[in-house]
Design a protein around this ligand. Structure first.
Ligand SMILES: Nc1ncnc2c1ncn2[C@@H]1O[C@H](COP(=O)(O)OP(=O)(O)O)[C@@H](O)[C@H]1O
Ligand SMILES: [Mg+2]
Length: 292
């Protein structure tokens, strides 16, 4: 998997180096959590790297997003728009299901293989465009599949109701279809303070942090995540320990299995084994091939 830099300080190390190229990430959060900020940072980073940016806004209009980006310290956004490196698709007020079915295919035909960055902010109104769950799934699935042909996709999703409850239909379907899901949890505590926590809920084809990370939103920098309590340790002590155990048991497993495990060893990281003991793992490997 080719990794691309997200543009969000602290996030790449939680995703083992960055966002997978040509994947679809869904960012979930309540109002004010920083979804639009994150979507903008993601596009901005791509533009810096020479990629084109496509911002599909389904909520705020183009002018509002540009205004907020400038307020956050990104003045150069207007240059990218002038140079047509950054394109806005203002889909607010559209009838989305018809819009997606009718206009998306020709858009994708024009941009296919562009390796652009696409932000869809927010995806929620697409879910509302039909009450039928099957159709919702078809629509989101189609949208993510098609936009991935154009590049790497980041879509935001509004979180309603109880903070942290992601079990509603509205979030479950996009979460299921996305390759990577990031939750921005923004909670007012009893003292009136704001607790912001980021968590990677899932990430296909990548290691990722499993814990919550504090984040802040800073003018000029955007979202900044603290990766320091990450479980995603680069430490590879486990490889050495397992190599020793494997060697001791060389005679107890078939040669082909021994060869395969030796190859796997160098890619292993401490984080890959949360609580299982290496002795237990070895015992189970031996037992699996005992009768071969
Ligand atoms: N110019 C700014 N300086 C500092 N913080 C800002 C600025 N603009 C927005 N924010 C912070 O970002 C939050 C809103 O971010 P936004 O990306 O619009 O959230 P969402 O799209 O999830 O509703 C605000 O609640 C505020 O805390
Ligand atoms: Mg927003």
């Amino acid at each position: 998997m080719n990794k691309i830099k997200s543009g969000i300080y602290g996030l790449n190390s939680l995703l083992d180096g960055g966002i997978n190229e040509n994947s679809a990430t869904v960012v979930i959060g309540c109002s004010g959590a920083g979804k639009t900020t994150l979507a903008t940072q993601f596009i901005r980073r791509g533009l810096e790297l020479g990629q084109e940016g496509i911002f599909v806004s389904l909520d705020e209009n183009k002018e509002q997003i540009i205004k907020e980006a400038i307020q956050m310290g990104w003045k150069k956004i207007v240059d990218y728009i002038d140079e047509e490196k950054l394109v806005f698709i203002d889909a607010s007020g559209h009838e989305f299901s018809a819009f997606i079915k009718r206009e998306l295919p020709s858009f994708v035909a024009d941009w296919k293989g562009a390796n652009a960055r696409i932000s869809i902010d927010p995806l929620t109104p697409v879910m509302w465009s039909t009450p039928d769950r099957y159709e919702q799934r078809e629509l989101i699935g189609f949208m993510l599949k098609e936009t991935r042909k154009v590049g790497t996709v980041l879509a935001t999703l509004e979180e309603h109701g109880m903070a942290g409850d992601l079990s509603g239909n509205e979030t479950v379907i996009p979460m299921y279809l996305a390759d990577c899901v990031i939750h921005l949890k923004s909670i007012h505590d009893a003292d009136g303070g704001l607790q912001r926590r980021l968590k990677i809920m899932k990430c296909r084809s990548s290691r990722h942090s499993k814990t919550e990370h504090p984040y802040t939103i800073v003018k000029g920098l955007g979202i900044v995540v603290d990766p320091d309590n990450s479980t995603l340790m680069p430490s590879k002590k486990i490889s050495e320990e397992l190599a020793v155990i494997l060697n001791q048991n060389k005679g107890n497993i078939p040669a082909r299995v021994y060869g395969r495990l030796t190859e796997v060893l160098e890619d292993l990281r401490d984080d890959d084994f949360s609580s299982i003991k290496l002795e237990t793992l070895m015992r189970e490997i031996i037992s699996e091939y005992m009768d071969d």
